[in-house]
Design a protein around this ligand. Structure first.
Ligand SMILES: *Cc1c(COP(=O)(O)O)cnc(C)c1O
Length: 465
C-alpha cells in the first residue's frame, strides 16, 4: 500500500492549520482579538472538514478566502450577544427578536439588583430570612384575585412544575385538539411524559365534548389540563369544552383543573379590542385551580413563568424540590416587580413598551408612518419609491392566533431587488429587521421608536450607497 498517495488523496490534508489562519488574519486585521480569531478558525475548519466528509469538496480553498471568512466571523464573535436590532416587522412579541422589550425602569431595576447586594431573601427590619418571591407574589395575588402565586424561569417550566406537582405517576386528561407544539421544541405530550404523568387523550382533533372528559375520569386521574392554542386556530366543524364547564367537571369529581394560557395578561384589555381569553384573573374566576403564562408575552415583563391559583395547589408547587431548579434569578424578580407595580398604579399602558405598542391608536401610527416616509424620502436614492401604507399585522410570540391589528407601514420599493435591500438593512451597524412583500421592504411603525429614526435613516442611506 502506498501510504504517501493515500495521505495526499485525503483532501482534509489541504486545509490550513489554525495557526496559519491566525497569523494571516492577525497580519490583515490586527484589531481582532486573538481568542476570537482562533475560535472562528476552529469553527470554520470544523465546518470545512464536515463539508469534505460529505461532499468531498470545500468552498474555501485559498488562504485569502480563509482569512476573509475567519476575520468576519471573529468580528461577529467579538460583538456582544444578543446585539440590539431595530424591529421593523410590526410584530410586538417576536420570539426571534427577544419577545417583549422590558421598560427602561424594569431594566434599571434589574441592573440595580444585579450590581449591588440586596435584600432578596432577607427581612431587613427583623433581620431574618425572607421569601424571595414574597413581594412579587403579593402583587400578583392583588392583581389577579388568586390565593397564591409562584414564579419560575419561564412558562414551559411552570407547566412542568404544575404537572410534576399534581400528576407525577398519574393521569392527565387533555383534549386531542390541545396537544399542541408551541415551537422551540415545547410539545405538550413530551412535557407530560417528562413530568412522569400519563397522558389520557380525549375527543378528536376538531371536536371535544364534556362527555369525553367525564368518561376519561377514573381513580388515577390527577388533573384536567387545558392548553391555549397559541399559534394556530381551528375553524369550521369544531367544538371545545369551555373552561367553566371543565372546571365544573373537575369540581364534581374532586380533580383539579389547570390551564396553560401561554400568553396571559393581568389587565383587562377587552375595551381595547383584545380577547378575554388571555386575561388570567377572568380564567381564575371561571374556575381554574391554577393558570400559568409567560412573563414576556402580553404581560410585557421579563422572561418568567407565572402560576396563579389556589393556595393548596400553588403552595405544593412552591415546595416541590423541582421549583429550586426552575427558580428565577434576582434580575428577573426585580424587573417583574417593577412591571407589576406599574400595572398596580395604573401606568402600565404608558410605561410598558409592549403594551404601549399594542395599544397605540391607528391614527397615531398613521401620523408616524407619514412622518417617517417623509423623512426617508429625503435619503433620495434614484428609483426608490417611499410610501406610507395601511396594513394588518399579527401580535406574534404565539399570542392570540388569528388576531391582527390595523397598522401603518412605510413601504420602500427599490429599483432593484427588495430582498437585497432588506439584506443590506440587516447588515447596518444596528441591524434593521424588516419584512419583504413582493417588490417592497415594509417598515411597520408600531414596533419602531421615535429614537430609532436616525438609525433607520443612516441604515437606509448606507444600504442604498
Ligand atoms: C409560549 C407558550 C409556552 C411556553 O412559554 P415560555 O415562556 O416560552 O416557556 C407554553 N404554552 C403555551 C400555550 C404558550 O403559548
Amino acid at each position: 500500500m502506498n501510504l504517501d498517495r493515500d495521505v495526499k488523496a485525503d483532501p482534509r490534508r489541504v486545509l490550513p492549520s489554525v495557526d496559519r489562519i491566525r497569523r494571516a488574519v492577525a497580519a490583515e486585521c490586527p484589531e481582532l482579538a486573538e481568542w476570537a480569531v482562533v475560535l472562528a478558525a476552529q469553527q470554520a475548519l470544523g465546518e470545512a472538514r464536515d463539508e469534505l466528509r460529505t461532499a468531498n469538496s470545500s468552498s474555501a480553498t485559498q488562504l485569502e478566502d480563509w482569512t476573509r471568512r475567519v476575520a468576519s466571523e471573529a468580528r461577529r464573535l467579538m460583538d456582544p450577544h444578543p446585539r440590539r436590532v431595530i424591529n421593523a416587522t410590526g410584530v410586538v412579541l417576536h420570539t426571534n427578536l427577544g419577545r417583549a422589550p422590558i421598560a427602561p425602569g424594569a431594566a434599571q431595576a434589574a441592573a440595580a439588583a444585579a450590581s449591588h447586594y440586596s435584600d432578596l431573601e432577607l427581612e431587613v427590619g427583623a433581620g431574618r430570612r425572607g421569601d424571595r418571591l414574597g413581594p412579587v407574589a403579593a402583587k400578583l395575588c392583588r392583581l389577579s384575585g388568586a390565593e397564591a402565586a409562584a414564579v419560575c424561569n419561564n412558562n414551559a417550566a411552570a407547566v412542568m412544575l404544575v404537572l410534576d406537582t399534581l400528576a407525577r405517576g398519574r393521569e392527565v386528561v387533555i383534549s386531542r385538539g390541545e396537544l399542541v407544539e408551541i415551537g422551540g421544541s415545547f410539545r405538550i405530550p413530551e412535557i407530560l411524559e417528562r413530568a412522569g404523568a400519563r397522558l389520557v387523550e380525549v375527543g378528536t382533533t376538531n371536536r371535544t365534548h364534556p362527555g369525553d372528559y367525564e368518561r376519561a375520569v377514573g381513580p388515577d386521574t390527577a388533573l384536567l389540563l387545558k392548553v391555549h392554542r397559541s399559534n394556530f386556530e381551528q375553524r369550521g366543524f369544531v367544538a371545545e369544552v369551555e373552561l367553566a364547564e371543565l372546571a365544573e367537571i373537575g369540581r364534581r369529581h374532586g380533580i383539579p383543573v389547570a390551564e396553560d394560557l401561554g400568553s396571559g395578561t393581568l389587565l383587562d384589555l377587552r375595551a381595547q379590542g383584545l380577547p378575554q381569553e388571555s386575561h388570567a384573573p377572568s380564567r381564575l374566576r371561571l374556575g381554574a385551580d391554577v393558570v400559568c403564562f409567560s412573563g414576556d408575552k402580553l404581560l410585557g415583563g421579563p422572561q418568567a413563568g407565572i402560576a396563579l391559583g389556589r393556595a393548596g395547589v400553588v403552595g405544593a408547587m412552591r415546595s416541590n424540590p423541582l421549583a429550586r431548579a426552575l427558580r428565577v434569578d434576582k434580575m428577573t424578580i426585580a424587573a417583574l416587580d417593577w412591571t407589576l407595580s406599574r400595572i398596580l398604579d395604573g401606568s402600565a399602558e404608558r410605561e410598558i413598551p409592549a403594551l404601549r405598542q399594542l395599544l397605540e391608536p391607528v391614527e397615531s401610527l398613521e401620523k408616524r408612518a407619514r412622518a417617517l416616509a417623509e423623512r426617508l424620502r429625503g435619503t433620495g436614492a434614484a428609483g426608490l419609491a417611499v410610501e406610507a401604507l395601511r396594513g394588518r399585522a399579527p401580535l406574534g410570540g404565539g399570542s392570540l392566533p388569528g388576531f391582527e391589528l390595523d397598522t401603518w407601514r412605510v413601504s420602500l420599493r427599490p429599483a432593484g431587488s427588495a430582498q437585497e435591500l432588506a439584506a443590506a438593512l440587516r447588515s447596518a451597524p444596528v441591524p434593521v429587521i424588516a419584512r419583504v412583500r413582493e417588490d417592497a421592504v415594509l417598515l411597520d411603525v408600531r414596533t419602531l421608536d421615535e429614537a430609532d429614526t436616525e438609525l433607520l435613516e443612516s441604515a437606509l442611506e448606507a444600504a442604498l450607497r
